[in-house]
Write a protein that binds this ligand. Structure first.
Ligand code: ATP
Length: 312
């Protein structure tokens, strides 16, 4: 449905997109995950032909997109990072205005507006002006304006930034519902949890390049980290850490402020081996927990940086 091939976009000296290659298939919720400045918004703007690029091609519905590709653009719904609604129109009037850009038939438009109001949970706020809405409700209005005309492809650029948890969940569930009803979705975020929760495939961006792509499981299978075990343990000596590092599947051991973190590469029973070691050495320990790899681990292993560092 969307094919990006060798896309290069420069802002003077800065290369914002560096030979980016991506394919989004019909029916997917495709996640673009990357820290701030990794090129997500630039990629979206190129897909929408809102920006001229230096090299490469962007095809939407099988055709090269141009600024004047109105027939293609009619079938795309866009929710951009900055809320773009009219202050002098009410919630309902805003949705009606944006829907009216695409849907001329009055009856159908009325029905679509009603559906978008209900979909975004804005029934009680129809007559409100945007400045009276909370941040979360304003984002929901922004989304309603972008999707009311029932586009085939929906592009959302960080729609949950600065949104309260209740609105965030509602937005994420709404995106899944739109997808179940047939829309293909491209969703950008720097929140790995969100992307993992809703996206069927994910591309991880760093410095304008796609450093890895696949399902969340495929991405995690690419890296060495299989499990991270955390243990509260006081007074561990350097030789203990060396011995723990010799245990099966263990490849990295860190110990800070009484907290031991052991990274294991796949394998089963890692915790059992570590607990056996503690018993054998008669070392006491407190809280123990194990974590499966996250998309942050994937990003960290591939780029050497934390996804969250630059994001929060
Ligand atoms: N109009 C512009 N002029 C110059 N540089 C720009 C412009 N827009 C973006 N950039 C730079 O291009 C790079 C990619 O930015 P982009 O906004 O696409 O990243 P992003 O992943 O969407 O980040 P964010 O989550 O902060 O929006 C960044 O280094 C940014 O500073």
């Amino acid at each position: 449905m969307v094919e990006i091939d060798n896309l290069v976009k420069r802002y003077k000296e800065l290369i914002a997109l560096d030979h980016l290659k991506l394919t989004v298939e019909e029916g997917e919720i495709f996640g673009l995950l990357g820290p701030n400045g990794s090129g997500k918004t630039t990629a979206i703007n190129c897909i929408l032909a809102l920006l001229y690029f230096d090299k490469g091609s962007v095809k939407v519905f099988g055709e090269e997109i141009q600024p004047s590709s109105y027939e293609i653009k009619k079938q795309i719904g866009v929710v951009l990072q900055n809320v773009a609604v009219f202050e002098e129109l009410t919630v309902q009037e805003n949705i009606d205005y944006f829907c009216g850009l695409y849907i001329r038939d009055k009856r159908r438009r009325k029905q679509y507006v009603e559906e978008a109001v209900a979909f975004s949970g804005l029934e009680d706020f129809r007559k409100f002006y945007p400045k009276k809405l909370s941040g979360g409700l304003l984002r929901r209005l922004n989304i309603a304006c972008g999707i009311a005309h029932k586009p085939k492809l929906i592009i959302m650029d960080e729609p949950t930034v600065a949104v309260d948890p209740q609105s965030r969940n509602r937005i994420l569930e709404g995106i899944q519902e739109l997808n179940r009803k047939g829309a293909t979705v491209i969703y950008t975020s720097h929140y790995m949890e969100e992307v993992e929760q809703i996206c069927s495939r994910i591309a991880i961006l760093d410095k304008g390049r796609c450093v890895a792509s696949g399902t969340s499981e495929e991405l995690k299978a690419m890296i060495k980290t299989g499990e991270k075990i955390h243990m509260e343990a006081l007074g561990l000596q350097p030789f203990h850490l060396e011995e723990i590092k010799e245990l099966r599947h263990v490849y990295q051991v860190d110990y800070r402020e009484g907290m031991l973190e052991v990274r294991c590469s796949g394998g089963k029973h890692n915790l059992v081996h570590i607990l056996d070691y503690f018993r054998k050495r008669e070392i006491g320990f407190g809280r123990v927990y194990s974590e499966l790899p996250t998309l942050n681990d994937v990003f960290l292993e591939i780029t050497g940086k934390e996804l969250r560092d630059s994001a929060e």
